[in-house]
Structure formats: C-alpha cells, structure tokens
Design a protein around this ligand. Structure first.
Ligand code: XIL
Length: 344
C-alpha cells in the first residue's frame, strides 16, 4: 500500500520536507517518503531568508541536497517560493541607509533573485510557486512591501522573470483560504491580469490548512471548478488539518525568541483514540472530493510527513501538540492514512 501508487492515475501525492528529512538523518523517514510520495516541496529551504540571506550570499548547499534527493527518486520537485511577503530579509526592501528602496531597484533585486535561484535549478525543479499569498481574504491585494514599493504589477513582473529564468518549469500562484468567495474572485482577477498581458501562468495552488469542520467540501469544490475554468491546473497544496482550538494554551513555554525547531520538536503525545475517527472522516471526505475532480487536480501535497514534525505544533501558538497529518510521532500510519487509501 502506497499513497502515490494508489492515486497514480488521479494526481501526484506530494509532501513538504526539511533538510534533515532528505539528508537521511532520521532513519524511519527516507523509506516512508519513497514509498508514499512522488512529489516533494521544501518547507523552508527555498524561502528568500534561507536561500538568499544577504545581498551577496546564497545558501544553495541544503537546496542542492534536496533537489538531488528528488531527482534520484524521480519525484516532481516544487520550488517554494520566489516572491512572498513573509520570510524575506529586511535588506531586500531597503537602501544601504535604511531607506525604502525605489521601484526600479526593487524590481532589479527581484529579477536577480529569480534568475539566480530558479535559473540554477532549471531542468530539475519542475514547478515554482512564483508568487505566494498576494490577495486578501476580503478581496483586493495584500499591502505587502512588494505591493507598496513596486505597485500592483509586481505579480506580473515576478511571473515574467520566472518564465525567463525557468522556461521548462510550470509556474503557479499559491495562496490560502481560496475557497472564501471574495478571495477566490481576487485570485481570479489576478490570474486574468496575467493572461490578458500574455504572461505565462500554468496553475494555481490552493493551500489547504484546514480545520476539522471548516471550510465545507462545497466551498472547496466551487473554487476547484472556478480555477479550472480559467484553463489552469489546480493543485491542493499545504494540506493539513488543525485539530486544536485557536485559543488553547501552549503545552510547554518556549522562550520568546527561541527558534522554532524545524524538523523534530519536543512534543511526544499521540492523538487520543476518540479523535482518530473524526480526523479520518475529514480526510476521507476531502479525498473523495479530490478524486471526483481528478481531471482538474494535478497534485495534492501534504504540509509535512508526520505529526511530530508539523509546523502546526507551533502555529498560531507556539509549543502545542497537534495531530494534523497521516503519520504519528512514531512514523506509524494513523487511521486517517487508511481512510485516504480507501478513498482511492
Ligand atoms: C511555514 C513553515 O511550515 C514553517 O516551518 C515556518 O516557520 C513558517 O512557514 N503558508 C506557506 C508556507 O506558504 O510557506 C508556510 O510554511 C505555511 C503557510
């Protein structure tokens, strides 16, 4: 039983990973990845602050390892992400005197970054999240530094530069909450602005950071159909199901500015039996939906391999024990895993 084989004729099954997981540092992990997934996304390694922390400093070594792992295992490799408001170092938006950088200079920096990063992996990274999270839940553009300093066409510029740097890679727009009608419309307007200007975009990634009861299957379905009608490939990206209420307290106090552990974290509890079924049912309903629209959906990517390594142990509150994925803290398959297999 392999997830990716079970869905082979429907869509790819992807997973977000960190360096330790592709570097063979955790023995149980490598065989599990190879068995179940045919696509990988770096959870953090390709974000600007990691790969390009200073103007003249690129940190390619861990990315090279990541890409090599994907190539060796014949996986579809997704680059995440070129232009985003988060996890970008301050220098990108500032002059040497600490003033706001001008439009032309910022576009030049964006272009250099994209050419250097996407150019290096041309032919190996198969698709790029070119722009991440540019529109708001209530509609309209997010007023990020990119938007403020370049203007609305920063999205067009990013796709244009990515198309030049990586002509063989697919180019995606990626965002969360895309089932909210106002946000869906804003994303559609953004895609249309690219298409009308003859700028290439191949697909749209619907981040799926879900709760156990929201959003509804119907809302997700409406967006899958709407995006597909634009002629775009649809990807379900960043799939996980947060089981904790937003206001619940942390299990352990993490010092204010301590770095969040990237791969392994200290929380060890597995999901109480009573809640396994609830999670399995939610995953089951989701994969039935994805399967129903497998003519539109190209890939479903989980945001992490197992509960112990999920970012949701630390978001939106740091230091909680969460259970969002298919494999538990001992890397054992949960009932949710069986449910996803059964839906295939
Ligand atoms: C998250 C990572 O999972 C964390 O490890 C990191 O600390 C913050 O970013 N939307 C995205 C992802 O597009 O890049 C984010 O990943 C989760 C939300």
């Amino acid at each position: 039983n392999s997830l990716s084989n079970s869905y082979l004729h429907d869509f790819k099954i992807g997973v977000a990973l960190n360096h330790s997981q592709v570097a063979g540092e955790i023995p149980r992990v490598t065989p599990l990845i190879r068995q179940h997934f045919n696509s990988i996304t770096p959870e953090n390694l390709l974000k600007w602050e990691r790969v390009h922390p200073n103007p003249d400093e690129y940190n390619f070594t861990p990315v090279d390892t990541f890409v090599e792992f994907g190539v060796e295992n014949k996986m579809f490799i997704v680059g995440h992400t070129l232009v985003w408001h988060s996890q970008v170092p301050d220098w990108v938006f500032e002059t040497e005197n600490g003033e706001a950088v001008g439009r032309e200079e910022l576009l030049q920096r964006m272009r250099n970054h994209i050419q250097t990063v996407a150019g290096r992996y041309q032919g190996r990274i198969d698709g790029w999240d070119v722009v991440n999270e540019a529109v708001l839940d209530e509609g309209g553009m997010r007023e990020s530094k990119w938007y403020e300093l370049v203007g609305e066409d920063y999205v067009q510029k990013a796709f244009q530069y990515a198309g030049e740097a990586a002509p063989d890679a697919e180019l995606y727009y990626n965002d969360y909450n895309l089932w909210i009608p106002e946000k869906r419309e804003a994303a559609i307007a953004l895609v249309k602005s690219l298409l009308e200007n003859n700028i290439r975009i191949d697909g749209i990634g619907m981040q799926a950071h879900l709760k156990i009861d929201t959003p509804s299957i119907e809302m997700m379905e409406e967006s899958i159909i709407a995006f597909s009608e634009l002629g775009l490939k649809v990807m379900i990206t960043e799939l996980d199901i947060d089981l904790l209420p937003r206001e619940e307290q942390a299990d352990v106090e993490l010092p204010e500015n301590s770095p969040v552990p990237d791969a392994l974290n200290p929380f060890t509890e597995n999901l109480p039996d009573s809640m396994h079924q609830e999670l399995a049912d939610r995953y089951s309903a989701l994969f039935e939906l994805f399967k129903k629209h497998s003519d539109k959906i190209e890939r479903v990517t989980f945001w992490g391999l197992n509960d112990g390594q999920s970012w949701l142990n630390n978001f939106p509150i740091r230091g909680r024990t969460n259970y969002p994925l298919l494999f538990d803290r001992e890397f054992e398959a949960k009932p949710a895993f069986e449910a996803v297999l059964e839906a295939a």
